[in-house]
Design a protein around this ligand. Structure first.
Ligand SMILES: [Fe+2]
Length: 636
């Protein structure tokens, strides 16, 4: 085994770990998938390190290098510098301190000036590693958007709430060189300039009663139902400078949040959402246009939490003079460890070697594979029975065509926010009612239709997919128009504005997933299925068999398909009564599922503000060490 490199992110949200064998991406997992707390960052992701090393069958001693975000470390890991002596009272109040903040306040030129690398390796429990790299937040967002391409000239744009003191970065790749236009080390010591579009989006999410850093996608869905009546008002506070950077008149980020909290409730929530969506789209488009004028390129690479916005990505793909767009699929902070490892490799090997190692991303099936355990767990569960069939894909497709809701559980779990056929719920796209049915069964409130999955050979016939957006469509990171003749045939996946966010699949990618799709196409003439995350209200995507079994016995789905078989629950009431909410599926006791009935938000068309449930008021989860940390330290 070549040298293993572990990448880590332990920040404000989406803690995660990855492992690479040299340049080969071997495994990844987000803390939320292990703790079952969405976006979890409440503890250092030691469990994620154990998980990724276990997945690849490695020991701690196999790890040669670690790449880690400039996160919070215990006091004793820091070097004592003059700044410490001058601020003893401040230091005594803290048990942990943020590396990025420490670099800024002590005006260090490199992380190693303020932190002891050997002690940091001991803290992450990988003391035998030879090297540790404290990666730059926005560089770590940007590098995967270039590495997983074969482009020779490109513009790379990152945008998030904030990371390492900035909300954007712009890089131009040309002639084998990566030029930092904005967002390099020179920004370490500057004050965070307000103007982040992700902060604007986060602010309206909270102002409309949703949970910030969690429900931004609901705003994107709501926006299509409204009119941008506040557009002129909001956009007047921002401008794009000559270098393509979005600026604002707000003196502080907090002022921006207060402003949005004041103006958004003055109009219908759909209109507030539409206004902010249009502001974000117009400013980002203007910024990208200006950058492309100064730094010409025909390829656009995107990463950072703002680019979870599939409508924004669609607009950039359609309006900019580009030949291809790529959004790194784990575009949020869960994707940082990947970029961190790539940043370490870039410094270790130099740009020439790094560029030679580039490759297209085949898939994001990087979690644990439970195929050898899932069928045993299902068969051992009281009340679950195996359906008699020799062709699971055929039976699954037949049931979906008949209106049942199923789930697929196959192979390695997805990495990133989207379920892409390893842990997906599948349904018919032919009935408009499927949307409400799924929301009800899964305890969700989604305004955007669930996404479609389509076989590659039918993709361009049904959706407006071209060379520009096809790579992004493999990972469901971009919306596109549904062709007119198909809009009425697949109403469950078409938004009110005639768009959808398809996933394009091949048989090579996921044979079971593809076969269900193909048989459904043969049976109904519609080679499209609804694909939504296999999870329920506010929970992360299913990972281990226990969670999968629980969803089935809770009646969230009508059936479950694995590589080997199809399973369903008995309808016999005695059997149902015997079921406990505590199942033993993979050797672990699973605690009682939390079937929250709290509804966040109300139906489309109602103009009152969202009922602010206790849950939606709750502050985002924080690392216990982060109690005194400013909210804007890291964005979505
Ligand atoms: Fe970020």
């Amino acid at each position: 085994m070549s040298q293993l490199i572990v990448g880590l992110h332990a920040g404000y949200h989406d803690s995660s770990a990855v492992v690479f064998e040299d340049y080969t991406f071997k495994a990844a997992v987000q803390l939320e998938r292990l703790t079952r707390i969405k976006g979890d960052a409440s503890k250092f992701p030691y469990d994620c390190i154990e998980e990724v090393l276990s997945i690849v069958g490695a020991k701690h001693s196999d790890v040669g290098a670690v790449a880690i975000s400039r996160m919070y470390f215990p006091n004793e890991v820091f070097k004592r510098r003059w700044w410490w002596r001058a601020n003893r009272a401040y230091i005594r109040r803290k048990t942990v301190r943020g590396l990025a903040t420490e670099i800024r306040t002590s005006r260090a030129r490199a992380p190693e000036e303020v932190i002891d690398s050997r002690k940091a390796l001991q803290f992450v429990r990988l003391p035998e590693a030879q090297a540790i790299h404290f990666y730059d937040h926005h560089e770590a967002h940007a590098l995967p958007a270039l590495f997983y391409t074969d482009w020779d000239c490109a513009l790379l744009v990152t945008a998030d709430g904030a990371g390492d003191n900035i909300s954007y970065s712009h890089r131009h790749f040309k002639d084998g060189k990566l030029h930092i236009v904005y967002g390099g080390e020179d920004t370490w010591h500057t004050r965070l300039p307000p103007g982040g579009m992700a902060h604007l989006y986060q602010a309206v999410t909270g102002a409309l009663g949703f949970r910030e850093n969690r429900h931004e996608g609901k705003i994107t869905g709501l926006a299509a139902f409204g009119r941008p009546v506040l557009y002129d008002e909001i956009v007047s506070h921002f401008w794009v400078d000559d270098e393509g950077l979005i600026r604002s008149k707000f003196p502080r980020t907090k002022t921006l949040f207060n402003y949005i909290r004041r103006v958004a409730p003055q109009v219908k929530r759909e209109d507030a959402a539409a206004s902010v969506q249009k502001v974000v789209e117009d400013l980002m488009l203007t910024s990208a246009r200006r950058l492309l004028e100064r730094y010409p390129a025909r390829k656009l690479g995107l990463a950072g939490g703002l680019f979870a916005n599939v409508k924004l990505n669609q607009l950039l793909a359609e309006k900019l003079p580009i030949d291809e767009i790529f959004v790194f699929p784990p575009m949020g902070d869960e994707g940082l460890p990947v970029g961190g490892v790539l940043a370490y490799l870039l410094r270790r090997d130099g740009m020439v070697q790094w560029l030679k190692e580039r490759r297209r991303l085949e898939n994001v099936y990087l979690g644990r594979d439970y195929d050898s355990e899932i069928d045993g767990a299902l068969r051992a569960t009281p009340g679950v029975r195996q359906v008699k069939t020799v062709l699971p894909a055929e039976e699954a497709a037949r049931r979906i065509a008949a209106g049942e809701i199923g789930a697929i559980y196959t192979g390695r779990m997805e990495y990133g926010p989207r379920a892409l056929g390893a842990r997906s719920i599948l349904a018919s796209p032919q009935n408009r009612e499927t949307h409400e049915k799924l929301n009800e069964r899964l305890d969700r409130t989604e305004f955007m239709p669930f996404a479609p999955v389509v076989a590659a050979e039918h993709a361009a016939e049904i959706f407006e997919i071209s060379n520009v957006n096809s790579y992004a469509c493999r990972f469901m990171t971009i919306a596109c128009k549904v062709r007119e003749p198909w809009r009425n045939r697949i109403p469950a996946v078409v938004h009110v504005d005639g768009t959808a966010r398809p996933q394009v699949v091949t048989r090579e990618l996921n044979p079971l997933y593809y076969d269900i799709l193909a048989v459904h196409g043969r049976l109904t003439g519609v080679p499209v299925l609804v694909n939504t995350s296999f999870n329920v209200h506010e929970e992360p995507i299913v990972n281990a068999p226990a969670e999968c079994v629980q969803a089935l016995i809770d009646g969230r789905i009508d059936f479950l398909v694995t590589r080997q078989a199809i399973y369903e629950c008995d309808t016999d009431t005695d059997a149902i009564a015997k079921r406990t909410l505590r199942v033993r599926a993979d050797g672990n006791q699973l605690s009682s599922i939390h079937r929250s009935k709290i509804k966040i938000g109300v139906g489309i068309g109602e103009s009152e503000r969202y009922p602010l449930s206790g849950e939606s008021r709750r502050r985002p989860l924080r690392h216990p060490h982060e109690a005194g940390r400013a909210r804007s330290q890291h964005g979505p």
